[in-house]
Design a protein around this ligand. Structure first.
Ligand SMILES: C[S@@+](CC[C@H](N)C(=O)[O-])C[C@H]1O[C@@H](n2cnc3c(N)ncnc32)[C@H](O)[C@@H]1O
Length: 316
């Protein structure tokens, strides 16, 4: 059951991935205590929101790139929108468009509507709450642009979801998938203590976590993550692929530093089982606000991250 509205409604339940477990994710940084992979998206709200705000310049460049093939869209659908930072950026980038944010988490959509109201765009911003991809049937019109950012990989049958996404496109409409890229880097290889190369080892542990997360989704189907090929299999014509960089060199702003602290805190909590004692001790030092060598204080902290966007068009 999905619900479409542009005003506040009471939160609803959306299955076990939306509200009954503790969990984390930051872009591709996911995690959970005790090896579980369920994610409580409502708990993630502040983190998702501040992360998307920090990444706004990256999204704006991706949108400028999209605008070359998507001219004057009437309806943009942000699938798995989360708290709506990107959905609102779409509304600002395409002032002639209506934007619908679709997500399984009503608390996140509540934030999206509040943001749209703050930005003065509530008149062309609506939300649909419900499990994807089924909730897309609630849309009144086909989409000229359907965007899904780090959302598809949370759906069990990604092929079936892509077919459902394709069905909701208007003829000539574009599907834009943000999936993959490069893991974030925050620190030099050698930070002066611990074994050099901490972030590379964290990446490996996260990759295994991600595999477990996928396997644990009800109805999970394994696929080769060749996104253009999967979009072609859904009947679309693959168009372009490009990666966008967020490059915030040292010295970073307080906001970027807070993002690094939040990211490493989540990693420390969620990947504990995969890292050895030396790396855990290094993470503890990096997160200790009283330690001058921690990411709270050190001068060499930076943020470098790439997101890849793939587009495909509905030709018929
Ligand atoms: C990693 S967040 C991405 C949020 C946003 N698109 C971004 O890039 O910042 C994944 C989003 O997908 C939503 N989601 C995950 N599984 C879902 C499902 N089965 N049905 C509907 N939404 C789902 C979550 O509520 C969450 O908002």
């Amino acid at each position: 059951m999905a619900h479409q509205h542009n005003e506040h409604r009471e939160p609803q339940g959306h299955g076990n991935k939306h509200g009954d477990e503790h969990g984390t994710e930051q872009g591709h940084r996911h995690g959970h205590h005790h090896g579980h992979t369920d994610i409580d998206w409502a708990v993630m709200a502040p983190l998702l929101e501040s992360q998307a705000e920090l990444f706004a310049p990256l999204y704006e460049r991706a949108m400028a790139w999209l605008a070359k093939e998507v001219t004057e869209p009437g309806l943009i659908v942000d699938t798995g929108s989360g708290p709506g930072v990107v959905a609102c950026l779409f509304a600002e980038t395409f002032p002639g468009a209506r934007v619908v944010a679709v997500d399984g988490s009503e608390p996140l959509l509540e934030r999206a509507r509040a943001r749209a109201a703050r930005l003065g765009i509530a008149d062309r911003f609506t939300t649909v709450a419900g499990e994807l991809p089924g909730s897309l049937t609630e849309l009144d019109y086909p989409a000229d642009l359907l965007w899904a950012s780090n959302a598809l990989h949370h759906l069990g049958d990604q092929r079936a979801a892509l077919a459902a996404f394709a069905e909701r496109l208007a003829p000539g409409g574009t599907l834009a998938l943000l999936e993959g890229g490069l893991p974030a880097r925050f620190l030099p290889r050698d930070i002066g203590f611990g074994r050099p190369g901490l972030q590379a080892r964290v990446d490996a542990v996260e990759a295994d976590w991600f595999t477990r997360m996928r396997e644990d989704i009800p109805g999970s189907v394994a696929v080769t993550e060749d996104w253009p090929a999967l979009m072609a299999a859904a009947g679309l014509k693959p168009a372009r692929t490009r990666s966008f960089l967020l490059d915030l060199p040292a010295p970073v702003s307080d906001r970027a530093r807070a993002y690094v602290v939040a990211s490493l805190t989540r990693l420390r909590e969620s990947l504990e089982e995969g890292l050895d004692a030396e790396d855990l001790a290094t993470l503890d030092r990096l997160l200790d606000p009283d330690d001058e060598a921690s990411v709270h204080h050190r001068s060499d902290v930076f943020v470098l991250k790439a997101h890849t966007v793939h587009t495909a068009v509905r030709t018929g």
